[in-house]
Write a protein that binds this ligand. Sequence first.
Ligand SMILES: NC(=O)c1ccc[n+]([C@@H]2O[C@H](COP(=O)([O-])OP(=O)(O)OC[C@H]3O[C@@H](n4cnc5c(N)ncnc54)[C@H](OP(=O)(O)O)[C@@H]3O)[C@@H](O)[C@H]2O)c1
Length: 310
Amino acid sequence: MSRRAILVTGASSGIGLAITRHLAGQGHRVYAGARKPDDLAALAEIANVQPLRLDVRSADEVQAAVELITAQGQGLYGLVNNAGVGELGPLLGWSDAQLQRLFDINVYGPHRMTNAFMPLLLASRGRIVNIGSQGGSITSKYFGPYTMTKHALEAYTQALQLELAPHGVAVSIVQPGGVATRVGENAQGATQAHFEQTPEPLRAEALQVLAAMSKPAPPRSDEPESATNRKLSDPAIVCTAVQEALFSDRPSLRYMVGTEWEGNRVLHALLDKLLDANDGSSLHYPRERLIALLDEHLAARHSPAGDLRE
Ligand SMILES: NC(=O)c1ccc[n+]([C@@H]2O[C@H](COP(=O)([O-])OP(=O)(O)OC[C@H]3O[C@@H](n4cnc5c(N)ncnc54)[C@H](OP(=O)(O)O)[C@@H]3O)[C@@H](O)[C@H]2O)c1
C-alpha cells in the first residue's frame, strides 16, 4: 500500500487518537488536528504524525491548515472528520446558541473541512470519512440534540457521496455504537448544565436522571448487554472501518460497528421506520409483499451493478 497523506480532526483523544496511531503506524503521513498545546506536543512525539492546531469551528484555523498542507507538496488523500462532542440533555431548555454550537462542531465542522480541502481531495481522487454514530439512525430520551447532529451528518454524507462519486472522491460514514473513550466525561460539564437548565414539566425528572448519572452502576461483565448494562467496544473497531473506507477498492457508504445488541437495536429502530412508512403511505403492503420487497432489494444490492437507487 502506498503511503498517503491523511488529516484526522479531533486527534487529541479517544477515537481520533486511535485512528491517528493506527494510520501513522502503517507509515501514512497523518496530519492530526488538536486544540490544546499539551495535546499538540504529545501528537508530535508519534512517528509520521504532524500535529495541526485545528478547531473545526474556526475558518481561520481551517484555512491555515489548508495552506500548510498545500505548502508541503504531498497533497491530501484522506480527510477523517472525527471531531465531535457528545453533550446530552432533555431537548426542552436548550437555547438556540447551545444547539448552534453543537451543530457547529458536529455538522458544520465536517462541512467546513470538506469545502476547504476539496481542491486537494479532487486532485488526489481521495476519500472523506465522517465519524457518525448509531445515533444517526436512532434516538432516545436525552440524546435529542446529539442525535440530531448525527442524523444531519448521515444526510450530509449521503448527498456528498452522490455528488462527488462522478468526480472520483468517495465519501463514507462510520457509525459506532458505544466506544470506550472519555466522550461522556469530556462533555460532562455541559451535560450537567443542560440537565440543570431543564424547565417544567420535565425538570424533576431531569434532576433525578442527573443524580443517577453521577452514580453510574458498575458494568456487570457476566450479564448480557442491555440498555442498563452496556458493553463498550474498543476504538480499534472504528479504526478497522476507517481503514476500509480509506483504502478499499469499493468503499461502502456506511460502516456500522459495535456489538450484536447494538446492531439489533438499530435494525429494530429502522424496521419501525419502515413499518411506519408502509402504514402512513398509500401502499399498505401486506406482510408477504414486504418480505418480497426485502428479497428484491437484497438481490439488487448483490447484483454486479450494485445498488443504484438515489
Ligand atoms: N465514544 C463513543 O461512544 C462514540 C460513539 C459514536 C460516535 N462517536 C463519535 O466519535 C467521535 C470521537 O469521539 P470520542 O468518543 O473519541 O470522544 P473524545 O475522546 O471526547 O474526542 C473528541 C475529540 O473531538 C475534539 N473536538 C471537540 N470539539 C472540537 C472542535 N471544536 N474542534 C476540533 N476538535 C474538537 C476533541 O478535542 P479536545 O480534546 O480539544 O476537546 C477530541 O479530540 C465524535 O464525533 C463522536 O461523536 C463516539
